[in-house]
Design a protein around this ligand. Structure first.
Ligand code: F1P
Length: 356
């Protein structure tokens, strides 16, 4: 391990190569399993994982629902394992997502799925010979997403890109599959824009609470951005569905609050109004979106990618990963080594505890 976040920084900055690989791996799959098995009203597509990969599942399920109108749901792997009868039906599909492919709860969720459906899962992973890979009917493996850091950055965005590419194929959207080729270049631009903003904001240690707001696919991404802040920078932070913020959490606003808005295209007006209200109550607002303007002179990352909105959600993350990295550095923490965490949680590992 490095002592100064070198790995995390390198992984964040090199992530667009892994996005490219993710798209290529999905494009090379000859036959995708059919999601439309059994009776229409009895089938659902589940996405699962733990921690970061659970948040990825939230985003991927929302994306599949939006693109195909199919029934899709995310659940933490532990819930699927411990309460399979509350979730699985015989005609369901499971997509298990895991950087390591070795997390106990995800393996056990897969076993529970197999005993209900007698079908193998699909996996999205960064490691080829992982235990999870050996159980799957189809493995989407992105070795360039693999990381030496504990907190997921490059792995998250590359596995999310793979999920978006898979969903585009299931939706038979050739236009989106073609447009994915332009995503890495847009990612490079966002990394450059985000680096300057993250450096300035990351040094603002006067912020004592941070909230991440997103709706639809962006809610899972807001959860992930919030988790990065906890893992790397040990900061109090929470994610919310955008307009949920008014229903209680708003009472927490102070002049030492940072609100991060992952603004969509289709509900921009309503979302921006929430951000304006937060700014009027003294919070600093950091806004990100395809074509967004600063709120009350606050920081902004406007993608200007020109990409279809169905494939560009990953662009919200690089600046937010850099923000967590910069805040950790400003606090004298090592982003490569989050406190109390292991890269993989193995239940019943050495010492009889959950360990890496
Ligand atoms: C998931 C995990 C997360 C944790 C951290 C490291 O592992 O352990 O639970 O939040 O980001 O990764 P994996 O199943 O994706 O390998």
């Amino acid at each position: 391990m490095s002592l100064d976040g070198t790995f995390t920084r390198e992984e964040i900055l090199s992530q667009t190569d892994a996005w490219r690989e993710a798209c290529a791996v999905v494009a090379r799959c000859d036959h995708l399993p059919d999601l439309d098995v059994g009776r229409a009203h009895h089938r659902k597509t589940f996405f699962t994982g733990c921690g970061s990969t659970y948040y990825l599942s939230l985003a991927a399920a929302a994306h599949l629902r939006g693109l195909t109108r199919r029934s899709a749901q995310a659940a933490p792997a532990s819930e699927l394992w411990l309460r399979p009868e509350s979730y699985f039906q015989p005609d369901d599909t499971l997509i298990a997502i895991s950087r390591s492919g070795a997390t106990s709860e995800t393996l056990r969720a897969v076993e529970a799925f197999e005993s209900t459906t007698h079908r193998p899962p699909i996996t999205i992973l960064c490691v080829p010979d992982a235990p999870l890979a050996r159980r799957a009917g189809l493995n989407i493996i992105i070795p360039r997403g693999a990381e030496r850091s504990v907190a997921q950055t490059r792995s998250f965005t590359s596995m999310f890109t793979a999920a978006v590419a898979l969903n585009a194929r299931w939706a038979r959207r050739l236009d989106l599959i073609t447009a994915l080729a332009r995503l890495p270049a847009a990612g490079e631009r966002v990394l450059a824009l985000g680096a300057a903003v993250a450096r300035d904001l990351g040094r603002r240690l006067d912020f004592d609470r941070l909230y991440f707001l997103g709706s639809g696919t962006r809610y899972g991404l807001a959860c992930e951005a919030s988790l990065k802040m906890k893992e790397m920078a040990l900061s109090h932070t929470e994610p919310f569905h955008f307009l949920e913020f008014r229903h209680g959490p708003k009472s927490m606003l102070t002049e030492t609050t940072l609100i991060v808005g992952l603004v969509s295209d289709d509900a921009t007006g309503d979302e921006v109004q929430v951000l304006n209200e937060a700014a009027a109550l003294g919070a600093t607002v950091f806004i990100l979106g395809e074509g967004v303007a600063p709120i009350a002179g606050g920081p902004v990352v406007s993608f200007g990618s020109g990409l279809p909105r169905e494939i560009r959600d990953v662009l919200y993350l690089p600046a937010l990963q850099l923000l967590a990295y910069e805040r950790a550095i400003a606090k004298g923490l090592d982003p490569d080594r989050p406190r109390h965490l292991d890269a993989v949680v193995v239940i019943g590992g050495p010492g009889g505890r959950a360990s890496g």
